[in-house]
Design a protein. Structure first.
Lengths: 297, 346
């Protein structure tokens, strides 16, 4: 059979149309090429994503379930889990508020320096987390900008939960704002104007119109923000001081345990973070579907 | 309620959206603001609603300064071009919104709110859609729901921004008549903005024609159509034939030829002659005030439309003639303007 894709009529005039159409369609690569491409993609994902995940859980359960549970109920592990949850709660909570305010300001109002503000929001994404941590050392360390004031009033920021929360807050700031700005810009201000002209106050407009319209996007931002807050290593490592049972978060504890050759304990804690990642992934997929089918009147 | 606007000015950067507008709207009137895009009509409407603020000027409702009140306190029903329905609320909740956000001390009971919403949905004949969401409605239905929502707060005036602009031609025509009869039913002072002259002339009691931030003419639809006050209004409303002419000492000239038309008291200078298409009578060569040669003929419906080249400058105009009149490309015809207006060229 002639495989030439040019659309000239074939001599026999029968059954050739389908062949030509197939040859002309954009998905006309030979079967072999298709299979090869898919195989490469799957192989890559298996080696770099699935395999590590499997290894984490395999190592975590290498000493049996009892060892796994023992590792997680160790006071140091419990303290790390507590601290991680606390820091995540604080930073996600505050970023939720700041992110919504920033997105609201950028999407619904026009003001001088708006473009600058948008770039500024992205700053935490563009600097290395280690630098972010160091900034807080420079600000709150004993020799830092606020150092004397903090020492005088006996307030501990660095090498304590507040410092870790601050560093996490900084690193995770862009998530909520980033998720909301395009959504809010796309929706415009007409519904808000309608609400205002119907007699709604600013707060009523926000809570009854603006917020419900972006709820899925907001949840999406919070989800990513939370995943990063719990998993942040670099910035937190700089400000934590690694005080065992006090200022170690889960990612820090994983590293410490690993360096001490406590593989089961290390991977047990790591498995919790891996599970968080999986849950985040599933929730993210569900949310993206909701965002895609959201109503546009 | 009456609305009075005095010397209203609004600039967006260096662009003057409103350049000293004076307007009075009588109680119960249905007024159309008509103009091309950028003429300032929507800006004027938004300032009356309290969604924009003027740089200078006054807005009074019943003689009271409205500018000291925010949009929510003016009791204005506003209908947006793109409906602006709350997308996450059902039709029922959309209409109920204005009642639910009222301060607690004046808020109606849940039963009263339900009754009022039902009443409004009946008024716009869409009570069967109460549980639907905006995305499930057609454009015409959305616009009627938007109107019901605006009426829920018992506004003192109703403002509609291009209410039918986003709808297709057939629905637009239906809604036009429907709005007209609704206004007769509720008799609320209403202003609607449109760029569609047919809509303005058909629906409104009075038409205000705007251009470049200024009011060009106000009057009844007949008045605006029959006695345009400026070249802009004549050109914008109705289909007109326009010719560049010169007025010299009371004489109207096309090129070097003098036309048997009066200059209507216009001073000498370059001018524009306007004739409504249906006022241009087509006759045999030699008759009428203008001579031209036919270059193209198309027929549709009861008329045929011909392109005619006029004068030594061979200026192309389009005229309408009855179907049974014989017209062929190459024919020389005489054109007689039964009615015409001459304005100085700006």
């Amino acid at each position: 059979m002639d495989r030439n894709p040019s659309p000239r009529p074939s001599p026999d005039g029968r059954g050739s149309r389908a062949v030509l159409a197939a040859a002309n369609s954009p998905r006309s690569e030979p079967r072999v090429v298709r299979i090869a491409i898919i195989a490469v993609a799957i192989a890559f994902l298996s080696i770099f994503v699935v395999l590590p995940l499997v290894v984490v859980f395999a190592q975590a359960f290498a000493g049996g379930i009892a060892a796994y549970l023992a590792a997680l109920t160790d006071p140091e592990a419990l303290s790390a889990i507590r601290l991680t949850l606390l820091v995540a709660a604080i930073s996600v909570g505050l970023n939720l508020v700041f992110g919504v305010i920033a997105a609201w300001a950028i999407a619904k109002f026009d003001f001088v320096g708006k473009t600058f503000l948008i770039s500024l929001i992205d700053l935490p994404f563009s600097v290395s987390p280690v630098i972010s941590g160091l900034v807080f050392v420079l600000l709150f360390g004993a020799q830092g900008f606020f150092g004397p004031f903090l020492v005088k009033h006996n307030i501990q920021v660095l090498f304590a939960a507040p410092g870790i929360a601050l560093a996490t807050l900084f690193v995770t700031f862009p998530f909520v704002a980033r998720a909301l700005i395009p959504l809010m810009q796309e929706q415009g201000t007409q519904e808000e104007e309608a609400a205002i002209s119907l007699g709604a106050s600013g707060l009523q407009t926000f809570f009854r119109v603006t917020l419900p319209n972006v709820k899925w996007g907001l949840l999406y931002g919070v989800l990513l923000c939370n995943a990063r807050a719990m998993g942040e290593f670099g910035a937190v490592s700089v400000v934590s001081g690694h005080i065992r049972g006090l200022t170690n978060t889960m990612p820090l504890l994983v590293e410490i345990l690993y360096n001490e050759y406590q593989f089961v304990a290390s991977f047990a804690v790591a498995s919790l973070l891996a599970m968080l990642a999986l849950i985040t992934l599933i929730a993210k997929t569900v949310l993206e579907r909701r965002l895609d089918e959201r109503d546009v009147p | 309620m009456t609305i009075e606007v005095r010397q209203l000015r609004k600039n967006f950067g260096s662009f003057a959206a409103l350049d000293g507008v004076d307007l009075k709207v009588a109680d119960g009137e249905l007024l159309a603001l008509l103009g091309p895009s950028g003429s300032g009509k929507t800006t004027l409407l938004r300032i009356v609603a309290g969604l924009d603020w003027p740089d200078a000027g006054e807005v009074n409702f019943d003689g009271e300064n409205a500018l000291i009140r925010g949009a929510g306190e003016r009791q204005v029903g506003f209908v947006f071009q793109h409906y602006a329905l709350f997308r996450h609320m059902s039709v029922f909740e959309n209409v109920a919104f204005g009642l639910r956000v009222q301060p607690r001390r004046v808020r109606k009971s849940e039963a009263a709110i339900r009754a009022r919403v039902k009443e409004l949905l009946d008024l716009v004949q869409l009570d069967w859609l109460a549980d639907r969401y905006p995305s499930q409605l057609s454009g015409g239905q959305r616009q009627r729901i938007a109107l019901a929502r605006a009426l829920a707060i018992e506004p003192r005036i109703l403002l509609l921004d291009e209410p039918f602009g986003a709808l297709d031609a057939k629905v637009r025509k239906e809604l036009r008549q429907w709005l007209r009869s609704l206004h007769e039913q509720i008799h609320m002072t209403s202003i609607f903005v449109t760029h569609d002259q047919e809509e303005a002339l058909e629906v409104a009691n009075r038409v205000v024609v705007m251009d470049k931030g200024k009011i060009e003419q106000m009057g009844t639809p007949d008045d605006v159509y029959d006695n345009p006050a400026s070249a802009f209004v004549h050109g914008f409303i109705g289909e007109s034939i326009e010719l560049a002419v010169d007025v010299a000492g009371g004489e109207v000239r096309l090129g070097v030829a003098s036309l048997p038309l009066t200059a209507q008291g216009l001073a000498s200078g370059p001018s524009r002659l306007f004739v409504r298409r249906h006022d241009m009578q087509v006759g045999p060569a030699g008759s009428g005030a203008l001579q031209g040669s036919v270059t193209r003929v198309r027929s549709f419906g009861p008329v045929q439309r011909a392109e005619v080249l006029i004068g030594s400058a061979r200026h192309a105009i389009e005229i309408d003639a009855p179907r049974d009149q014989e017209l062929r490309p190459g024919d020389v015809v005489g054109l007689n303007p039964r009615r015409y207006r001459i304005f100085a060229a700006s």
